[in-house]
Design a protein around this ligand. Structure first.
Ligand SMILES: [Zn+2]
Length: 405
């Protein structure tokens, strides 16, 4: 397929980012606040500078680009993130940031003067610190201080320590002048593909409620401890995992989901009864009442099964975000833009969290989804056609142009 100017620009930009954190078998690992993410941001700033834009960073390491002069007020911010999960794909987040640069180029080309900046946020994924949307949360003041202070990386090093090492100041990062926020992102599901749509206009974002369930039994010799005397934390965990699944199934009618995605077990050897097991629980929905019902159901079941098994537990919230409704006016105008371009589109909720969540309460916020192949994401096989990203760019440009006219 022949690429348009925007298409070739996107191809060139993706090629610049491709080597960073690239895995031998395809895919990328670019964890938040690591050298890989630093390289992504340096690459973004270089690319934006090469394209002739002014670039800057804030005091938590987010990067920005814009054509307008410093101090400009009431601009539109187009953002997303440059970090990835472990063994993720190269489109999650990056597609939105690069689409932002493509929008800036297109607006300049067409002499559309509306002020637009592009943001590349830090630490959107929770893979490294178990909390999400850190960069955008800090600049909007929506990241709770307790969450910030409680976050630590996979080796137990506090997030605050990392920020300190960089010389960052998380308490001085508030963003100024932003009048509204737009984000393009791959759908990370297969609704658009199945409905034959090229554009999804997001109505609401299902926010995660995340919990750490620590189960404490007794680690003992697997040969010498009779079944009747055991306090096996892993068996308790097995029941808890199914309780989480049941909670999700019972709220599926409300589009809620419940997942245990991580199990840590000690001592995790074949010849010992497990004594301590930790589960990471992720509950999501676009209706708060539904998420709270899941949470209560899980707590009730865990209490009962732990009492029955003589296993102690703590169930602690590590990150609780609230479902977010996106601006209705923007939804309508984004649909109109897609319509005018002849792009099949639909309105849909987002099951995944995004940086847009950090902005929705502060200013009108809109999101555009583009399809990703078979809905595969957070996976090395994640794929989106450049032409599909370009469709998203055209919708954003159309929206901005229509407002100028
Ligand atoms: Zn993402």
């Amino acid at each position: 397929m022949e690429l348009t100017t925007t298409g070739s620009l996107l191809r060139e930009l993706f090629a610049r980012f491709a080597p960073i954190g690239a895995l031998p078998g395809g895919g990328v690992t670019r964890l938040a606040y690591t050298e890989r993410e630093d390289e992504m941001h340096a690459c973004f700033r270089d690319a934006a500078r090469d394209l002739g834009f002014r670039v800057w960073t804030d005091c938590v390491g987010n990067s920005y680009a814009a054509g307008f002069p410093e101090g400009t007020q009431d601009y539109t911010l187009i953002g997303s993130h440059l970090d990835s999960v472990i063994e993720g794909g190269e489109y999650d987040g990056v597609a939105g940031v690069l689409a932002g640069l493509a929008v800036l180029c297109e607006l300049r080309e067409r002499r559309i003067g509306t002020p637009v900046a592009v943001a590349a946020f830090r630490c959107e994924e929770s893979s490294n610190f178990r909390v999400c949307t850190v960069g955008s949360g800090l600049v909007t003041g929506t990241l709770e201080d307790a969450v910030l202070r409680g976050a630590s990386d996979r080796q137990g090093v506090p997030l605050l320590r990392h920020l300190e090492c960089y010389g960052f100041d998380p308490h001085a990062a508030l963003l100024r002048g932003c009048a509204r926020y737009l984000e393009l992102h791959i759908e990370q599901g297969r609704v658009l593909q199945e409905r034959g749509c090229e554009i999804g206009v997001v109505s609401a974002i299902a926010a995660p409620h995340r919990f750490l369930l620590r189960l404490r039994g007794m680690a003992e010799h697997s040969g010498a401890t009779p079944m009747s005397l055991r306090r096996d934390s892993l068996c308790a965990a097995a029941e808890a995992i199914l309780a989480v699944e049941r909670a999700g199934l019972s709220e599926a009618v409300n589009d809620s989901v419940a997942t245990v995605g991580c199990v840590e077990n000690r001592p995790n050897v074949m010849n010992a009864v497990p004594g301590e097991t930790t589960l990471q629980i992720d509950l999501r929905g676009i209706r708060e009442d539904s998420v709270v019902r899941m949470e209560n159901a899980v707590r009730r079941e865990v209490e009962a099964l732990c009492a029955r098994r003589g296993v102690g537990f703590t169930l602690d919230a590590v990150d609780v975000k609230h479902p977010v409704l996106l601006d209705e006016g923007l939804q309508k105008r984004l649909c109109a833009a897609a319509e005018a371009l002849g792009l099949p589109h639909m309105v849909l909720p987002s099951g995944a969290g995004h940086d847009a969540m950090s902005f929705a309460e502060l200013c009108p916020t809109g999101m555009v989804f583009i399809p990703c192949r078979d809905g595969v994401s957070h996976n090395v096989h994640e794929h989106t056609e450049l032409s599909q990203i370009e469709n998203g760019v055209r919708v954003l440009v159309r929206l901005l142009a229509a407002e100028q006219a």
